[in-house]
Design a protein around this ligand. Structure first.
Ligand SMILES: Nc1nc2c(ncn2[C@@H]2O[C@H](COP(=O)(O)OP(=O)(O)OP(=O)(O)O)[C@@H](O)[C@H]2O)c(=O)[nH]1
Ligand SMILES: [Mg+2]
Length: 232
């Protein structure tokens, strides 16, 4: 039961594009009994991502439309209708599935509507990779008075809130849109520390390169401005 008296059903969605080298390990590291369902959303990988994830025990959903947000949304649409909380983490092994209880905890306790994992970086992290995040955090603080230390991908949200947000971005602005709209609605955001390691194999699609970071940063900011306008 959650603090609100509702029976909680937590599920995990993992977007994955060509992560065959690591996705099996990520799925196997999800602690037993913490989530009712692990959904890996494969966007037409050209490697064995789907088969590896399935062998590791995940339910694999295929989404033809490319994009991080398209994959996350397809995962949400594939959840059982009685799912109350959905968590997200990446399929590249950067986050630690063992830390899922920490990320789910404040939502389960009825203390948060959205929990954001604040990345505690292991190893070097290029400055350019956090530029977009910093700009969006500044916008959210200025516009909605909500101070955030990070906008990382490891997070958990109440499904009823997520459905109210009217999520539109289907690419890398998706996580930003979620945070900005949640802040704009005045819903409760709680931050918890999570470990963040370099990807454990495979190739970067987003922020691993300078060009990728600039593109992601630009997408973050335009999404944030649009989301803020849409809700307020
Ligand atoms: N389904 C789907 N997943 C994607 C897509 N692009 C990226 N991903 C996944 O989204 C997650 C984040 O992408 P990454 O390439 O790790 O981006 P990043 O974390 O900014 O960069 P790294 O420094 O390489 O870790 C990974 O699990 C990818 O497999 C996509 O178009 N569709
Ligand atoms: Mg990554």
């Amino acid at each position: 039961m959650t603090a609100s008296g509702q029976t909680a059903r937590s599920c995990l969605v993992i977007p994955a594009l060509n992560e065959a080298a690591v996705i099996g390990d990520v799925v196997r590291r999800v602690p037993a009994g913490v989530v009712a369902d692990v959904v890996v959303v494969d966007n037409g990988s050209t490697d064995d991502t789907g088969a590896v994830a399935s062998r590791a025990g995940a339910r694999v959903v295929v989404e033809a439309r490319r994009g991080y947000g398209a994959a996350c949304w397809a995962g949400v649409e594939a959840l059982a209708p009685d799912t109350t909380i959905v968590a997200f983490l990446d399929g590249d092994g950067s986050q630690f599935p063992e830390e899922l209880p920490r990320v789910l905890g404040p939502v389960l306790a009825g203390e948060a509507d959205l929990v954001l994992g604040v990345r505690q970086m292991r190893g070097t992290h290029p400055l350019h990779a956090s530029l977009g995040t910093r700009l969006v955090a500044a916008l959210v603080a200025w516009r909605f008075g909500v101070r955030l230390g990070d906008l990382g991908p490891f997070r958990a949200i109440r499904v009823d809130l997520l459905r109210r947000l009217g999520m539109r971005d289907r690419a890398f602005g998706w996580p930003v849109e979620m945070v900005v709209k949640t802040a704009a609605l005045g819903a409760r955001i709680v931050e918890v520390d999570v470990t963040h390691a370099p990807r454990q194999g495979g190739r970067s699609k987003v922020s691993g390169t300078l060009g990728g970071s600039v593109r992601a940063g630009y997408a973050f900011l335009t999404t944030a401005v649009r989301a803020a306008r849409e809700v307020s």
